[in-house]
Design a protein around this ligand. Structure first.
Ligand code: SAM
Length: 199
């Protein structure tokens, strides 16, 4: 049973999420059905909770980032929030799920956000901050890091990391990789882990 402060926290969360969706997102569909239907390699198929995003943003300096990429941008919650809050000029979402891609293009239309329908594995990582709200399992993460093992100067911020992801980061010590694993980031509702990996 939730105690009173937790109940208030949960209510605040619901209100904050609904408010931000109303002002930022034009089209919201059933995330779970859409994400599950097209791709088997997802470790999770939800859309990020804004409270978790806001909490995660305290741990890295997104305000001064020149280029930000959301890997697996879904319906656009993260890119829309970052554009609205920080006005970052160069912001891109990669989304391979056709339905989610179509919805997010509509959501981001006219807002200066690029939405690509490319697989991040087909793209070389570059000088950007990459935000990943657990788009895929450890195997795909390993492939992404391996494919980019010669490249430096980018940052991966992996929100809601599972043990399998943390193990991949730890063993993929390419170049001057520095990793910071932050545990129980989001105490309000359930423990979430954030990994910040700098190459
Ligand atoms: C957990 S959802 C997160 C959606 C969004 N970031 C949000 O929080 O609302 C993960 C998304 O990653 C996408 N995805 C998975 N693998 C991908 C890949 N290799 N390249 C681009 N997008 C990918 C999925 O289609 C899915 O929409």
């Amino acid at each position: 049973m939730l105690n009173i402060p937790n109940k208030i926290g949960a209510l605040y969360n619901i209100l904050l999420n609904s408010y931000l969706d109303i002002i930022l997102v034009r089209n919201l569909n059933d995330h779970t059905k859409i994400f599950k239907s097209e791709n088997k390699n997802h470790a999770s198929c939800q859309s990020i909770n804004y409270s978790l995003l806001i909490e995660s943003l305290k741990y890295f300096d997104i305000k001064n980032a020149d280029n930000v990429v959301d890997v697996g941008s879904g319906f656009g919650r993260i890119v829309l929030f970052l554009k609205w809050k920080y006005g970052i000029s160069n912001i891109t979402g990669y989304e391979i799920n056709k339905t989610a891609n179509k919805v997010s293009r509509k959501n981001c239309q006219g807002k200066g956000i690029k939405i690509l329908d490319e697989d991040i594995l087909d793209s070389k990582l570059t000088h950007c901050v990459y935000i990943l709200f657990n788009p895929f399992n450890g195997l795909i993460l390993e492939e992404l890091l391996y494919k980019n093992k010669e490249i430096t100067g980018f940052k991966l911020v992996f929100i809601n990391a599972y043990e399998e992801h943390i193990a991949v980061f730890k063993k993929s010590k390419y170049k001057d990789l520095q990793i910071h694993v932050l545990h129980n980031l989001y105490k309000g509702i359930e423990g979430k882990k954030l990994v910040i990996a700098e190459y």
